[in-house]
Design a protein around this ligand. Sequence first.
Ligand code: SF4
Length: 213
Amino acid sequence: MLSGKDTVKAITIMSEKFPEARTSLEADTDFHFLLAVILSAQTTDKAVNLLTPRLFDTYPTPATLAVAEIEDVIPLVHSIGLYRNKGKYIIACAKDIVHKFGGQVPRTRQELMQLAGVGRKTADVVLAERFNIPAIAVDTHVTRVSKRLRIVPQKADVLTIEKTLMKKLPKDLWIKAHHCMIFWGRYQCTARNPHCADCPLLSMCAEGQKRVK
Ligand code: SF4
């Protein structure tokens, strides 16, 4: 298993290769960013960015979306997968923000997770991106990269992965590590054909060494 010291080293190498790593979801307010994250489940950030300008213009605040009808929201989100459920979630989420939190997006994980459509991963992304509160959201890329590099056991679930990364990395690296691992998973350590032969992490990666043999 990769030590904490080597995990920090791996993240440093990733950040040197992808110094521009950051979220690609575009939003002007905390509320709109939260909507974008909810909509991004199982679809690409690019697809979400294409539809959000109209959605955000139509519903600038939680109060405006909270009273929307699902039939009015669906045409604005129908270009992405699971649009019907996502449409229902964002209306319900806006209602929760208005009724439980005075119209403001809450700033703790516990409170964020009380909102409709918001799980731990979504909450962690919002905490890190909008409030600069250290958190590591574990998605498919973070999971794959953590397992291939043996930062976590192969059977680790998302919560174990999150907790292990938080233990092995200093808090001030959490947000950066999340961004870097996503870029690493997207462009270097891709799901089907990871680029192991030219990978700067090959010497510390058991999976990569198996693959290049
Ligand atoms: Fe991924 Fe291969 Fe690099 Fe390991 S060596 S991190 S498996 S691309």
